[in-house]
Design a binder for this molecule. Structure first.
Ligand code: NAD
Ligand code: TYD
Length: 352
């Protein structure tokens, strides 16, 4: 094996797609999936590649520095692609400290372990931090986030990710650690945990449950198919300039209500329901506190410098996503039993 790469959070939504891409595209790399298997981590996401000779899973909680150091000593990674995080804004509003522990302290534990292992011997080494466009705050109805946009996070989630981004820069400036950051817009696709907008709506349509749209539904997000995000990470990890940051987005803005209506239309077609059936489930509910109005990414840097662009349209990606959920109802059943029901009742039952 020519290199050992740690992918943290590899059992999660985006992480599992990054692991799959790297394991299949780079058979000469040893890919170590570092994950604590929280409610969002699921090894079922990787069952097609779990027996690959260049894939290893290591259960590690990144909040625990001893566990992190032991994994670094055991595998001696050349590169880290860091995705492990608490990732859901609504959960960050009810449990902000969990986000500080994993997203801030967990990130610093990984930085310390990389600095300790590499001991200033940096050629061929890279720490790639996977972050979000939410660190830039919220846009009005016009404009885009660029790599120069000032950080202005609003939710506890985005504040914790902004803090982790600052630590990444601090380790580059102070210790010359070879870092790189990507800030990506909202992802969607297979294996997405049904607490986020798109998979929650798919799950509820399948079960004929209300579709909870926050506030007036006019909030806007830029959506990117998860496989295209994994391709962007591959591209930046291998071709990006050390010390730089790259925005990643789909140039694909949707107001939530329009997105939900498109989803309802595609679901009705695929389920053989009369047009308009799923629309009737749409229910406007209490708004999210501090709800960011709009995110939109200017992804020209990664396009112009590295040649990356999204490979699927939103209609294609959404159709592939729905097909995956309809073909994997067992996966959806597994992740929506137990704790999920409690989360769902706490989050929604006071409003619908
Ligand atoms: P996810 O919640 O689906 O998965 C997170 C993974 O991290 C899970 O496998 C979980 O078990 C693991 N994890 C959580 N806490 C851990 C800990 N203490 N130690 C080890 N592992 C732990 O998240 P996601 O949506 O796949 O997001 C992955 C990364 O990409 C995050 O850093 C997130 O901030 C970033 N991101 C996400 C989006 C998006 O739309 N989902 C967009 C841009 C950036
Ligand atoms: P989400 O998928 O949680 O991603 P993020 O908050 O990180 O952008 O939410 C996407 C948008 O959908 C956001 O504007 C909040 C809204 N939303 C709803 O209207 N209803 C819901 O049940 C959820 C989970 C989100």
């Amino acid at each position: 094996m020519s290199k050992t790469i740690f992918i943290t959070g590899g059992a999660g939504f985006i992480g599992s797609h990054v692991v799959r891409l790297f394991v299949t595209k780079y058979p000469h790399y040893r890919i170590v999936n570092i994950d604590a298997l929280t409610y969002a981590g699921n090894l079922e996401n990787l069952k097609d590649i779990q027996a690959a000779p260049n894939y290893v899973f290591e259960k590690v909680n990144i909040v625990n520095p001893e566990e992190v150091t032991a994994a670094f000593n055991k595998y001696q990674p050349d590169g880290i692609i860091h995705l492990a995080a608490e990732s859901h804004v609504d959960r960050s509003i009810t449990s902000p400290l969990d986000f500080v522990y994993t997203n801030v302290i967990g990130t610093v534990n990984l930085l310390n372990a990389a600095k300790e292992l590499w001991k200033d011997q940096y050629p061929g080494k890279r720490f790639h931090h996977v972050s979000t466009d939410e660190v830039y705050g919220a846009l009005g109805t016009t404009g885009f986030f660029t790599e120069e946009t000032k950080y202005d996070p609003h939710s506890p989630y985005s504040a914790s990710k902004a803090s982790s981004d600052h630590f990444i820069h601090a380790y580059a400036d102070t210790y010359e650690l070879p870092v790189i950051i990507t800030n990506c817009s909202n992802n969607y696709g297979p294996n997405h945990f049904p607490e986020k907008l798109i998979p929650l709506m798919i799950h509820n349509i399948i079960h004929n449950k209300p579709l909870p749209v926050y506030g007036d539904g006019k909030y806007t997000r830029d959506w990117l198919y998860v496989v295209d995000h994994a391709r962007a990470i591959d591209c930046v990890f291998h071709e990006g300039k050390t010390g730089e940051k790259y925005n990643v987005g789909g140039l694909n803005e949707w107001q939530n209500i329009d997105l939900v209506k498109l989803l309802c239309k595609q679901m009705d077609e695929k389920l053989g329901h009369p047009a308009g059936t799923s629309d009737k489930l749409i229910t406007f509910v209490k708004d999210r506190p501090g709800h960011d109005l709009r995110y939109a990414i200017d992804a020209s840097k990664i396009k112009n410098e590295l040649g990356w662009t999204p490979s699927v349209t939103f209609e294609q990606g959404l159709s592939l996503t729905i097909d995956w959920y309809l073909a994997n109802k067992e996966w959806l059943d597994h992740v929506t039993t137990g704790d999920y029901q409690q989360y769902y009742n706490n989050q929604y039952n006071s409003s619908i």
